[in-house]
Write a protein that binds this ligand. Sequence first.
Ligand code: TXA
Ligand code: MG
Length: 327
Amino acid sequence: MKTTHIGTDVREAARLLKSGALVAIPTETVYGLAANAFDLTAVADIFRAKNRPFFDPLILHVASVQKALDLFDHYPPLLSELAHTFWPGPLTLVAPKKTIVPDLITAGSALVAVRVPAHPLSLDLLSQLDFPLAAPSANPFGYVSPTTAQHVLDQLAGEIDYILDGGACQNGIESTIIGFSETEPQLWRLGSLTVESIESKLGCKLLHHLHNNSNPQAPGQLDKHYAPNTQLRLLSKEQIQSALSQISEESLAKIAFLAFGNSDLIPSFSNVFHLSPNGELPEAAHHLYALIRRVDTLGFEEMWIQKFETEGLGAALNDRLKRAAVL
Ligand code: TXA
Ligand code: MG
């Protein structure tokens, strides 16, 4: 067992990473579990600490657009346009890798996923390193991603050396992934950067090729993922109303309702937790994982949440909740 320290010492984090250690890093999306991407022993340690299967590839993080583009063997002009527009930011771009990128990172794929995170501490850290950081979300495989240093400590204490504390992650859900396995960009994972903002840059609709269990191009996107221990139910308003009409007081007491805005369903529940009292999607995304984690410790049998409208961040929120929900 290691002793896991939390702090804001970027130089210490850099020293540890250079020596092959694991360090959790803050990003604008979620905390990452980072290691030197060119140190295969350290990268293998990431998989071990997370209990992550080797078929699930890792995202590389670098300090600048140029360093990111340098990891690709080739890419269409559109990739570079998206990179310059949205980096640093919650967008991951996937394209053919240079041979220097280890196969362990890409799970044997010829493509590599790269992003420049928008967090001052991690950008400072990355600028002190002459290698990219491989960093999946810093949670045990299959659980909700961490959005605070404490979340990381709660689950990975003893597994890692240091947690660089950058406060609560601004966006709160993972980056959006765009794949360039073809010349046309494809949406591979919904995330913090909305489809609408990418499409307005592209000037056209984005092809959707979202990952699931039956899609071999998407090794990591399992249908069941991001799951808390308490059963989560993602329901339409009609489903909630119908369930409520038949429920006993005793059963109602075992349900936590995660409310968005001033929902008229709120008075029907005994246990209400607010994602965003004013009904703002960025605020709901910012709070979602922290609230799920908190409610998960309170001993409820179920968490209920109403499906979001699918505009903007609503689509990404529904995607994560669907994967966290009982099927
Ligand atoms: O916001 C984020 O993206 C966070 C922060 C830490 O950057 N990272 C994150 O990583 O969510 P992770 O490991 O939890 O999810 C990475 C996913 C993989 O499961 C896979 O779906 C996709 O990125 N991916 C990574 N490399 C890929 C590749 N070479 N080809 C296709 N998909 C890839
Ligand atoms: Mg993850």
